[in-house]
Design a protein around this ligand. Sequence first.
Ligand code: ADP
Length: 501
Amino acid sequence: MFRRLSVLRVSKMRSISTLLQSKALVNGSWIEASNKDTFAVCNPANGEVIGKVPNMGVEDAQLAINAAKQAYESKEWRSLTAKDRSNLLKKWHKLIEANTQEIAEIMTAESGKPINESKGEVLYGNAFVEWFAEEARRIYGEVVPSGTANREVIVMKQPIGVAALITPWNFPLAMITRKAGAALAAGCTVVVKPSEDTPLTALAVAKLAEDAGIPKGVINVITTNKAAPIGALFCQSPDVRGISFTGSTQVGKLLFRDSAQGIKRVCLELGGNAPFIVFDSANVEKAVDGAMASKFRNCGQTCVSANRFFVQEGVYDKFVTQLKQRVEALKIGDGKSCDVQIGPLINQMQFDKVSGFVEDARSKKANIIVGGKGLSDLGSLFYAPTIVTDVPATAQLYTEEVFGPVVSIIKFKDEAEAVHKANDTQRGLAGYFYSENLQQVFRVAKRLEVGMVGVNEGIISAPEAPFGGVKESGVGREGSHHGIDDYVDIKYICMGNLKYD
Ligand code: ADP
């Protein structure tokens, strides 16, 4: 057995111990890897080992695919009505809700996310289970007026079959529920491969799915720190009909390419490079609030985080001064303390990337006005909330997705320049701007080349809204009624030779 963190010992130990799993879920059984290999899950705040989980290989992934296929074809799943599936999702939703604190503690321990944010993620992620429980009953077909006498044109939506879901560490629960909720609502079965950094949250919600009575094999979760061969298997297997992936653009491109062989349904939610524009017409106080929320949630490690701040000349000094005060007041530390706002970065690779980007900007004559260094007295993965101004377009802070607590600010003169610079990237996930000018609001909202726009808002994701990007930020939409589309096939049934005379 593994040593558990003190944060997990202090309160509600019994509940947490039943949610903390050390095995993976395949075909309704909690199993080890076939070769018995395991890997450790560590707390990024202090490096402590929280748990160990199976380090599964392609044989184990194949078992999970087989289980999902068998479950998809089984009477226990296929014979369920949309209302039955909806009720199962509602039960899962209730159980996640009842265990919010326990799940949040696991999430904070493995991801470093401040506990209040973890609780917020449970609420947010669980809202997708609720939403798709409701949508399950509204996957409507059509009867289209026929152009031929004695014929009816009937269109129905049917589940695609087995879907493979590959999820990242930055939203260990929500990225699973946003995909699995839609898949199950549509009548699919799933194999989930969570991030190697945060498998414990995934296993905890899978345990609750089991408790909710979701039939065996409908949700399978496999854990591994060798993702590539398993991703390749998902792409190759004829039994996997769809792949939904949230993660890096690099891996997304690989999966997109490899899944072409089997013409699979692919939904990709990839990286962004979100512009955050503050116009002279903005309410600066609101813009600063939005900037703090958009940038510093999850220590800047979200794909919709504002990445490049474009601030117009007339409000530049005011915005920068106010933002600096707010950034200096942020409380940094181990996310288990309720007052902490900024936790550690997830791993050494992320830390090196963030600090490397800031050094690159420094070497290109940008000004670091707050932060700009690691905080080794707190732990090896803590990085100071940072503001960098006069960031040149050649800096990595400008061209790449930072995924860290770094605000990069660029001054601009007019609207056309801001929109041009905002769109000058191959990424197009989210974009934000602050303006009180109605004409400008519509002009800019239409011109930004992104999938989601926040107008006078820094946090915009919601279960009823379509989440997704354009350009290299991905294909497909999650959440909203569009979130079902990737899990259903459209079937046209031609009813011919009908006798109406
Ligand atoms: P990040 O940089 O955010 O960790 P990744 O794209 O590396 O993004 O990881 C997101 C998810 O994709 C994780 O679950 C990870 O294990 C998985 N992953 C990484 N490489 C591959 C791959 N070659 N094939 C399939 N999944 C992968």
